[in-house]
Write a new protein. Sequence first.
Length: 477
Amino acid sequence: MKEFLQFYINGEWVDPVVAKTLDVINPATEEPVARISMGGSQDVDRAVAAARAAFVGFSQSSREERIALLETILEVYKTRYDEIAVAISTEMGAPITLAQKAQAATGIGHFKTALRILKEYAFEEVRGTTLLRKEPVGVCGFITPWNWPINQITCKVAPALAAGCTMVLKPSEIAPMNACILAEVLDAAGVPAGVFNLVNGDGPSVGAAMAAHPDIDMMSFTGSTRAGIAVAKAAADTVKRVAQELGGKSANIILEDADFAKAVSRGVAGCMNNSGQSCNAPTRMLVPQSRMEEAIAAARTAAERAAPGDPTAETTALGPVVSNVQYDKIQDLIEKGIAEGATLVTGGPGRPEGLDRGYFVRPTIFANVRNDMTIAREEVFGPVLTILGYEDEDDAVAIANDTPYGLSGYVSSSDLAHAGRVAARLRTGNVHINNAAGDPNAPFGGYKQSGNGREWGPFGFEEYLEVKAVMGAVAAE
């Protein structure tokens, strides 16, 4: 069993102030695969002090110095690529093919994007006799989840480094190994001492201490809406900037003029990807009420192709969910869907046939769902799809927007202009037309209780900058 019993603070691996450990569980086997130390407020104090001291110099580093640093990080990351993929698959259950082709790949994607933006970005602009400067926001606190772990770490770390910020990271204690490897990558790449710091721990002990810390200038949090509210409240007393990427319950509107069978099949695949553990998963499929039976048949066929299995096998497309807690929550919601009268199309409670160990969930589809049912309101975060009927386009838009969330939306149509008109009416931060893939250069984030601020691309880069106006800096003509 691997051990990650030290924290990375001020360029060194150091012991925690108080010794306390937690086992990391492989969700496919229910067996411990690693052990980490769990930090507390004193560890946070040490990490923040290191980041605060390092900010003085790193914030004044040149563009060329930071470009060289990001280029080196990319090279070192590539040497640990396979190790990162295996760690992600082992600790959170992603099929190894998904971990290799998508999960680990996002780290390279975010560092490349930050590098490109850094090379081109205009940090100064003259307006009349005033000089506008974009400067690093300061010491950043990052709290990241387990579902796309290296993605959600690097989409914060990469632009923050590029902008000249220093930082303290608390990764998920459920899936921390990939973060520890990344710390080794950054150390080997020569990131100056104190610029990046890592403290493992849970939300109440480490996350809350970070959010309330007077020497942290910005908190960036990805996770549940409930936890995001707690972070924002803790941060309020010190009036620090808070960026949040929170929950979702994304609607997937399949219009009458769509390639119906293909749209349904793609919608099922999108929902089931990563075992349904994506905040922007298209979990509410909206179809014309008159075509509900057609949708049911196509969805059943697609779901029954998504057989869960051993995540180490290259042919496996669906792994377990991350933990026993998550498994139990999903089972409760499946039972509630049945109790509230939704039509169970396929799947249902319990483990898939032949899998008696591991947190595996049967790919489950409910149809004839009403938007006031629990499974249509709550974020399941598992391989569970709900199909809702709509009467006309206005009804579809109303149902789609009838949610406290607003992270993503999906629209399928054979007419791009038609799809675009519907997309314009959705109260979401992202819309995917005909299941288009995410764009790493586009802003990622949501409306309403899906958060505030944006990540990815230039908008994500600018989250880590403050604007300073220097009046009279330029001579009048």
